[in-house]
Design a protein around this ligand. Structure first.
Ligand SMILES: CC(C)(COP(=O)(O)OP(=O)(O)OC[C@H]1O[C@@H](n2cnc3c(N)ncnc32)[C@H](O)[C@@H]1OP(=O)(O)O)[C@@H](O)C(=O)NCCC(=O)NCCS
Length: 188
C-alpha cells in the first residue's frame, strides 16, 4: 500500500476527513470536499506552479485595464513579480476555473499574528470580461470557508481608495481599518 493510500485510509475514519481534500488533491487538483460542491460551475483549487503562466497572462490583462492601467511592460516582468509572491515560504494561492477557463486568482500569504492566523491577500483578480457577475464573490466565499476550516481568523489586504475594488471588498464583509495608514518612503 502506498504512503498516500495509508494516509488516505487514516483520514477516512478521522474527524479531519472534511479537510482531507484540501491537503491532498485528486489528479485534476480540484477540491472534492462537500463544501465545494455547492458551486457546480466554479472549480476552485490551490494554486500550483503549472498555473503560473496563465495567471501571469490574466494578471497583465486585468491590471493593464481600467481602473488600474498599470504599466507592466512584459509578461516576463509579471512572472518575475508573481514568482516573488509564490516563493514566499508562507505563500498560499487559489485559482478558480469555469470549465478549462481560468476566471479568478487569489495569491496571498499566511501571517501567524498574536490575534490569530491571518491570510493576507497580495493579489486578487477576475477575468476582465467576467467581472461584475459574482465570480469574485463566489470564489472569495469558497476560499474563506476553507481558510476558516484551517483555523484562519481574518483576511487582510491593501487596495486603492474610491475604486470598484474597494466597493467589492466592503460588500464582502471587509472594513477600512481607520487606525492604520500606509506609509511609503521613496529612497531614490
Ligand atoms: C475587484 C474584483 C476582484 C471583483 O470581482 P467581481 O467578480 O468583478 O465582483 P462581483 O461580481 O462578485 O461583485 C460585484 C461588486 O463588486 C464591485 N466591483 C468591483 N469591480 C467591478 C467590476 N469591474 N465590475 C463590476 N463590479 C465590480 C461592485 O461594487 C459590484 O457590486 P454591484 O454589482 O452591486 O455594483 C474584480 O472586479 C477585478 O478583478 N477587478 C480588477 C482587479 C482588481 O481591482 N483587483 C483587486 C485589487 S486589490
Amino acid at each position: 500500500m502506498s504512503i498516500t493510500a495509508v494516509i488516505r485510509n487514516h483520514f477516512t475514519n478521522n474527524p479531519i476527513r472534511a479537510h482531507w481534500d484540501y491537503f491532498i488533491q485528486d489528479n485534476r487538483g480540484y477540491y472534492q470536499s462537500e463544501q465545494f460542491n455547492k458551486d457546480n460551475e466554479l472549480n476552485v483549487r490551490r494554486f500550483n506552479w503549472t498555473d503560473l503562466e496563465v495567471c501571469a497572462e490574466l494578471f497583465k490583462r486585468v491590471f493593464s485595464a481600467d481602473p488600474w492601467y498599470d504599466n507592466w511592460i512584459s509578461l516576463d516582468q509579471v512572472q518575475y513579480y508573481l514568482n516573488e509572491l509564490i516563493q514566499n515560504p508562507v505563500f498560499e494561492g487559489f485559482v478558480a476555473f469555469e470549465g478549462s477557463d481560468l476566471v479568478a486568482v487569489c495569491l496571498g500569504h499566511r501571517r501567524s499574528f498574536w490575534m490569530g492566523k491571518e491570510f493576507f491577500i497580495d493579489e486578487y483578480f477576475v477575468e476582465n470580461n467576467k467581472q461584475g457577475n459574482g465570480i469574485g464573490t463566489r470564489t472569495l466565499d469558497i476560499i474563506t470557508e476553507n481558510l476558516n476550516l484551517l483555523g484562519y481568523t481574518r483576511l487582510t489586504l491593501l487596495t486603492n481608495k474610491g475604486i470598484p475594488a474597494e466597493s467589492f471588498y466592503l460588500k464582502n464583509g471587509f472594513y477600512n481599518n481607520m487606525k492604520r495608514t500606509v506609509m511609503v518612503r521613496e529612497i531614490q
